[in-house]
Write a protein that binds this ligand. Structure first.
Ligand code: TYD
Length: 210
């Protein structure tokens, strides 16, 4: 387990969340580009990662959940986060970098919550990881998100069935997610990007990163 205390954070931790098809990855990469263009040291990270646990998770996503218990699935995500924190997130935040993260603890709470786990129990299991300074939720209805995913080449069997995504969406909009800044993901890429930038740029000065 990683011994981390958020007081050790010198950098800034920005998280972009949303359903599949909400445009998280595009916006996260856009934000990194904008930060770098402004001379800041920013990195893009995503979960699941490309590490061994992340690859195991992608197997579930491609082949479906057959034979994988929900406990095993939850452990894979937590183990992946453990490794990501130790290898990537903590070193970057300690070095004063801006971490722009594409999915993190809220996805864990909403997706594995939709498998039947108590959201509070999942939050508790994630309490010792670095906590984001600001979280955006790119809001798109499950049907529309899934349509976008299908339009760009297909959905994952394990995670992207409509009934499941509707439950994920319901949980994302329920108790435990009050800290997220909700942005309408259907507004267009430029508008959403500007809204994110307008909330992030004032934070840079506060931590002496400007
Ligand atoms: P991925 O192919 O990376 O999807 P995307 O590009 O949409 O982010 O697969 C990620 C899937 O993993 C996604 O459907 C959400 C799910 N997920 C969880 O179920 N729990 C978690 O803790 C995380 C981080 C992701």
């Amino acid at each position: 387990m990683c011994a981390w205390n958020d007081d050790q954070k010198k950098g800034l931790f920005v998280l972009i969340e949303g359903l599949d098809g909400a445009g998280k990855s595009t916006q996260a990469r856009k934000l990194v580009d904008r930060l770098r263009g402004a001379g800041r040291d920013a990195i893009y990270l995503r979960e699941p990662t490309n590490g061994p646990w992340g690859q195991k998770i992608r197997q579930i996503a491609v082949h479906g959940r057959d034979g994988v218990t929900r406990e095993e699935e939850l452990s894979c995500f937590i183990n992946d986060r453990e490794e990501d924190s130790r290898q990537n997130i903590i070193p970057a935040l300690t070095a004063g970098k801006i971490v722009v993260m594409d999915r993190y603890i809220p996805s864990n709470m909403a997706y594995q919550g939709a498998l039947g786990f108590d959201v509070k129990v999942i939050a508790e299991k994630n309490r010792h990881f670095p906590q984001p300074d600001i979280i955006f939720f790119l809001d798109i209805k499950p049907e529309e998100g899934l349509k976008r995913v299908e339009d760009r080449g297909g959905a994952n069997l394990g995670f992207e069935k409509i009934e499941f995504l509707k439950e994920v969406y319901r949980i994302f909009n329920g108790p435990g997610f009050e800290m997220m800044i909700r942005l309408d993901a259907t507004q267009g890429m430029e508008t959403v990007g500007d809204q994110i930038w307008n909330r992030v740029s004032p934070l840079l000065g506060k931590r002496g990163l400007a």
